[in-house]
Design a protein around this ligand. Structure first.
Ligand SMILES: Cc1cc2nc3c(=O)[nH]c(=O)nc-3n(C[C@H](O)[C@H](O)[C@H](O)COP(=O)(O)O)c2cc1C
Length: 334
């Protein structure tokens, strides 16, 4: 007997916070700064997440970390992701982020890089779910805003920890759970196994946000359909392509695809991205230009001359030069 198609909801609430679309920009270190989050929100993301911030650094009032408390009203709702392995420090960090206007606090249980995991934080918490649950409880008790958790399938393929832990996280007061459907030991290799998202969805009542290998708007709909998850989270596919959020919204709204952005729109948004970053007093023009060297070429993926563009962009130190170059390259393409 054919199975009935999943009914995909366009609504997603995290605690009392109603998102205007069930589509989330994934936290990405070095990428999801204020400038990029703002662009993604404008182009359709229902929620944006900061990169991971260290609870230790917040405790010691590290100026660089406090500089990342850079969200503005235009991005709201904004979720602030924290990492750490000590319940009291995590509770304190959650309170500080709440005081600075965070709408949601997210616990990082997915980062596997040794700098984080060797200190018992990030994905290492998948190996100590009692401690992880204590951290969730401590954070939930410390703040009034919702606390969410972002996990991987497990530490390694010996155990799919996500299924059992999701229930524990819910019992500890988590308001939603995002699942990157890969084991920590995989890093970014192999393909995400979306069946884990489905299995997590089966055991909890809080919203489940699916993550891993969504490369297009069609993929996002397929994940919603196949796993029954309540929302989707997009990471790498949004880099240089924040229009993916607009495209997913169009598919959700009327099941029809919309045209990709024009070259002119790509140039405008790429320039806005670097200019807004440079305008941040904690960043400035020199650093903004350097940080964007890796990201700007992504805006022009698939266009002729993108390899030349990449090698040219590293030569510039000023936004004016980037602007002149992009406009000239753009007019040559037309
Ligand atoms: C450059 C980069 C930085 C990342 N930084 C974070 C982070 O700070 N916190 C986190 O939970 N995940 C981080 N991730 C993982 C993503 O949030 C996401 O789970 C992963 O990329 C899978 O989703 P995707 O296939 O849509 O990219 C990062 C990923 C990338 C590529």
């Amino acid at each position: 007997m054919p199975t009935a198609p999943t009914i995909i909801s366009k609504q997603l609430s995290i605690g009392p916070i109603k998102l205007d679309a069930p589509i989330v920009l994934a936290p990405m270190a070095g990428i999801t700064n204020h400038s990029f989050r703002q662009i993604c929100r404008e182009l359709g993301a229902g929620l944006v997440v900061t990169e991971l911030l260290s609870s230790h650094a917040i405790h010691y009032k590290n100026a660089k970390t406090f500089g990342m408390f850079d969200w503005t009203d235009s991005e709201r709702p904004v979720s602030v992701q924290l990492f750490g392995g000590d319940p009291s420090l995590m509770a304190e960090a959650a309170m500080v982020a709440e005081e600075h206007g965070a709408d949601i606090i997210d616990l990082n249980m997915g980062c596997w890089v040794p700098k984080v995991a060797k200190n018992g934080a990030g994905a290492a918490l998948l190996k100590d779910v009692c401690l992880a649950a204590d951290i969730v409880k401590a954070m939930v008790q410390a703040v009034k805003i919702p606390v969410t958790v972002k996990i991987r399938s497990g530490w390694d393929s010996k155990e799919t920890t996500a299924i059992g832990f999701a229930q524990r996280a819910q019992d500890s007061g988590a308001a939603a759970i995002a699942v990157h459907a890969r084991f920590a030991s995989q890093g970014f290799t192999g393909r995400a196994d979306w069946s884990v998202i489905r299995r997590v969805k089966d055991v909890v009542t809080i919203p489940v946000i699916g993550n891993g290998d969504i490369e297009s708007a069609e993929d996002a709909l397929r994940m919603l359909d196949e796993t029954g998850c309540d929302g989707v989270m997009i990471g790498r596919a949004a880099v240089g392509n924040p229009w993916i959020f607009r495209e997913i919204r169009a598919l959700l709204d009327c099941r029809s695809a919309i045209d990709p952005p024009s070259l002119l729109e790509r140039i405008d948004v790429a320039l806005r991205h670097v200019k807004t970053l440079a305008a941040d007093p904690n960043v400035g023009e020199e650093r903004a230009v350097k940080e964007m060297r890796g990201q700007l070429p992504h805006y022009f993926k698939g266009f002729p001359g993108v390899t030349k563009l990449r090698s040219e962009l590293v030569k510039f130190n000023l936004i004016d030069d980037i602007e002149n170059f992009l406009h000239k390259a753009g007019s040559e393409c037309r």
